[in-house]
Design a protein around this ligand. Structure first.
Ligand SMILES: Nc1nc2c(c(=O)[nH]1)N[C@H]1C(S)=C(S)[C@@H](COP(=O)(O)O)O[C@H]1N2
Ligand SMILES: [Mo]
Length: 271
C-alpha cells in the first residue's frame, strides 16, 4: 500500500483499492438512495402510526412501545434481580388478610389444580402432586397497592420448577428453556375455582426464581382466607397479582383478563 492511497482524515473511508469512476458514481447513487430512504422514514412511520388500528385506547404502535418498556423491566430466568429477603424471625406472626373475591364459596372438596395445555388433554393435579416438588421458602416484604406492607414467610414450590416438571408454558410442549424464549407463551392466566378473581402474569415474572405456588404460611398449611390450598406468591409484583385459591392455570400470548386491570389498575403492577 502506498502513502497516496491513504485517505485524508476527513475523507470517507473507501476501500484501499483502485476504484474505477463508474463504480464511484454507483456508490454515490447508492448512498443517495439510502439517504432518501432515511429521509422518508418519518413520513412513513407517521402514516403507519395514524392508520394502525387502535388497541386498548392507544394507537397500536405506541402501545407496543410501552409494552417494550415492560420487556426491559423483565429479565428471563434471571437470578440477578432478586427481591430482598429477611430472616424467618422477622416475619409477622399474624399475616394481614386482604381481598375475598373468589373466596366467598367454600373450597371445592374435590379441589385440583386444573391446567389447560394447548393441544392436549387438561391436567388436574392434587396438592400432593405439587408438594412432591422441591420445597422453597421465602421471607420478604409483601406489598399491597393500598399502601400497606408486611414481612411474610411463605413456603411452596417454585413456579418455574413446576412448569419445568410438567413441561408447561411453551408452544412446543418442552420444558421452558432460557435458550429458547421464543417458545414461551407470553402470559400465564390464573383464576379461582369460581372465577370470582383472576389475574394475568407475564411469563418472565412467572419464571422469576422467587415466584412460588405457595401452600404454607409461617410453616403451616395456608388457611382459607390466605388462599388455601394453593396460591400464587409473586414477590416482584404488588399483592393484587398474588392470587389466592388457584383453581385453573392457562397459557396465552394475549393478556389474560385481570380483575384489577379491568378496574383501572396497571396491568403489569411490578415493583
Ligand atoms: N382470590 C383472591 N386473591 C387475592 C385477592 C382477592 O380479593 N381474591 N386480593 C389480592 C390482594 S389486593 C392482596 S393485597 C393479597 C392479600 O393477600 P393476603 O390476604 O394473604 O394478605 O391477595 C391478593 N389475592
Ligand atoms: Mo392488595
Amino acid at each position: 500500500m502506498t502513502i497516496s492511497n491513504k485517505p485524508a482524515p476527513n475523507e470517507p473511508q473507501l476501500p484501499q483499492e483502485d476504484v474505477p469512476e463508474s463504480a464511484v458514481r454507483r456508490r454515490m447513487l447508492k448512498a443517495f438512495g439510502w439517504f432518501s430512504v432515511a429521509a422518508a422514514v418519518p413520513f412513513v412511520s407517521y402514516n403507519w402510526i395514524t392508520r394502525s388500528p387502535k388497541a386498548m385506547g392507544m394507537l397500536k404502535p405506541l402501545r407496543d412501545v410501552l409494552n417494550t418498556n415492560e420487556t426491559i423491566a423483565r429479565t428471563y430466568f434471571s437470578d440477578t434481580h432478586l427481591v430482598r429477603t429477611f430472616a424467618v424471625d422477622d416475619a409477622a406472626k399474624k399475616a394481614r388478610v386482604n381481598g375475598y373475591d373468589g373466596l366467598k364459596s367454600p373450597i371445592p372438596e374435590d379441589w385440583k389444580l386444573q391446567i389447560d395445555v394447548p393441544g392436549k388433554q387438561p391436567l388436574a393435579l392434587t396438592i400432593d402432586d405439587i408438594k412432591a416438588l422441591p420445597k422453597q421458602e421465602i421471607v420478604y416484604e409483601f406489598k399491597c397497592i393500598e399502601g400497606w406492607s408486611q414481612i411474610q414467610h411463605w413456603g411452596g414450590v417454585r413456579l418455574s420448577d413446576f412448569l419445568e416438571k410438567y413441561k408447561l408454558g411453551t408452544r412446543s410442549g418442552n420444558a421452558p428453556s432460557p435458550d429458547n424464549t421464543d417458545d414461551l407463551f407470553n402470559y400465564i392466566g390464573l383464576e379461582t375455582p369460581d372465577k370470582g378473581y383472576y389475574v394475568g402474569i407475564d411469563i418472565e415474572s412467572a419464571l422469576h426464581p422467587q415466584t412460588l405456588l405457595a401452600y404454607e404460611l409461617n410453616g403451616q398449611p395456608i388457611n382459607s382466607q390466605h388462599g388455601a390450598p394453593l396460591r400464587l406468591i409473586i414477590p416482584v409484583k404488588y399483592g393484587v397479582k398474588n392470587l389466592k385459591r388457584i383453581g385453573r392455570m392457562f397459557f396465552a400470548d394475549e393478556r389474560p383478563r385481570d380483575f384489577w386491570a379491568e378496574r383501572g389498575y396497571d396491568y403489569y403492577v411490578g415493583l
